[in-house]
Design a protein around this ligand. Structure first.
Ligand code: CA
Length: 438
């Protein structure tokens, strides 16, 4: 039986690690996402897999002789990024997940009944620091939500021609800035830049006044392609290692002034936050669903058969931390709820389009989905849309309102696939706004 089928059969599986069986846990035995962590006992960054409220230390597990990979592959578990492990290929990822799925199974005594081994290879998530899991050679951001593109086009251009003619023919994207991709928890400094006040002939220089989020996911390239050799749409998912949550922080006032004619630059390049655990496509497989119907039918190189979307519930929460604001009754407001499955263009189509020119990709490349907005106003993926460019502020549970983010605001994205009695989750993707360095 293939590893894929073995894993997808495992919906009813339980772990001896009780926290993993909590239906609200993001990290049941069905998930087993990969990340990079360090902890109080050992400051070295190394590969871990999340399970319940713990992390399995793969470097320690390999050192204890409980996790083998051919041809010295296990050395990659001691590395500070996942790239080396990912480059080993899909068979290696699958064999590690399958092995862990057995070791952590309620019926398996190897780790369950060996307290000494458990103390060496299990780390409490509460005692660990999670790091950026990848060396990211390139970061591309797409623009694949029809609802988002329509909303932004209506606001920034002409409501009667909100969607430009090329949008329905290709997954529009741009090459973003990989150097400023940061791990969840990293504070975000409000950017300075050029702003054009309403009615003014020339811009002023100052702190962004319209700081925003973009609720996105991203996929991570697991197998690159050579320069000049495009990836076919039908093969594209074989090149994907897994997915993360992504917040594409955006300075809307800087963006509106700079984006014509070449697209966003300083409005986007100051920071992009990703969640620390990479959920594999194998773990997402039971949640595969059909993508939206595409009209007009895409050109041949963008066609694939079958289902290529995934049912991933997504939310964004805002927590203000300013001392002059009350913190009761609830300091946190869920500002939007949406779903990845509504995205018009699939990840496979994005990758096929990205490489059709001959552009190469590399292991660890990050490909953002674009802001994921639903059809209703409570499912929009940015404050720009939720507040309609500040005109209809969001009311916070703790009192007060928000048009855009204020200093001290903390923004957290969450995402999960709902199974029967369990969920495959992404953990959190969070960041707090620091005042501009003015
Ligand atoms: Ca974006």
């Amino acid at each position: 039986m293939s590893a894929e089928r073995e894993l997808s059969r495992a919906a009813s599986k339980k772990s001896w690690l009780e926290a993993a069986n909590d239906p609200a846990s993001d990290f049941p035995i069905q998930n087993l996402p990969f990340g990079i962590f360090s902890d109080k006992r050992n400051a070295a960054r190394r590969v871990g897999v999340a399970i319940g409220d713990a992390i399995v230390d793969l470097a320690a597990l390999a050192a204890a002789g409980q996790l083998a990979l051919p041809a010295g592959g296990a050395q990659h578990f001691s590395q500070p990024v996942l790239n080396g492990f990912i480059a080993l290929g899909r068979e290696a990822w699958r064999s590690v997940r399958l092995h862990l799925s057995t070791l952590l199974d309620a019926a398996c005594a190897t780790l369950r009944d060996d307290a000494q081994l458990r103390s060496r290879v299990l780390v409490a998530q509460a005692d660990a620091t999670l790091h950026l899991p990848l060396d990211i050679p390139g970061y591309t951001d797409f623009y694949s939500s029809k609802e988002h593109a329509t909303n932004v086009g209506a606001m920034f251009r002409d409501p009667s021609k909100a969607l430009l003619p090329n949008w329905s023919e290709m997954p529009i994207g741009y090459n973003g800035r990989a150097s400023s991709v940061v791990a969840s928890g990293t504070p975000i400094r409000r950017p300075m830049g050029q702003l054009l006040p309403p009615g003014a002939a020339r811009p002023v220089f100052g702190a962004c006044r319209k700081l925003d989020i973009e609720l996105e996911t991203a996929f991570v390239i697991g197998r690159g392609n050579a320069l000049g050799e495009p990836i076919a749409c039908s093969d594209a998912e074989d090149h994907i290692f897994g997915m993360v949550l992504l917040n594409d922080w955006s300075a809307r006032d800087i963006q509106q002034w700079e984006y014509v004619p070449l697209g966003p630059f300083n409005a986007k390049s100051f920071a992009t936050t990703i969640s620390p655990w990479i959920v594999t496509l194998d773990a997402l497989e039971p949640f595969r669903v059909a993508q939206p119907v595409q009209d007009p039918p895409p050109l041949a190189y963008l066609r694939h058969t079958g289902a290529h979307a995934f049912d991933i519930s997504l939310e964004a929460r805002l927590t203000p931390h300013r001392a002059d604001r009350p913190v009761s009754p609830s300091p946190t407001t869920t500002i939007t709820r949406t779903n990845f499955k509504q995205l018009y263009w699939t990840m496979a189509q994005q990758l096929a389009h990205h490489t059709v020119s001959g552009c190469n990709t590399r292991v660890g490349d990050l490909m953002g989905s674009g802001t994921i907005s639903g059809a209703t106003p409570d499912s929009f993926g940015s404050l720009l849309e939720l507040t309609w460019n500040g005109a209809r502020p969001v009311v916070l549970a703790s009192g007060g309102t928000r048009g855009f983010l204020e200093d001290g605001d903390e923004l957290t994205l969450t995402g999960w696939c709902q199974g029967e009695g369990y969920r495959v989750g992404f953990g959190t993707c969070t960041g707090m706004i620091l005042p501009a360095r003015g």
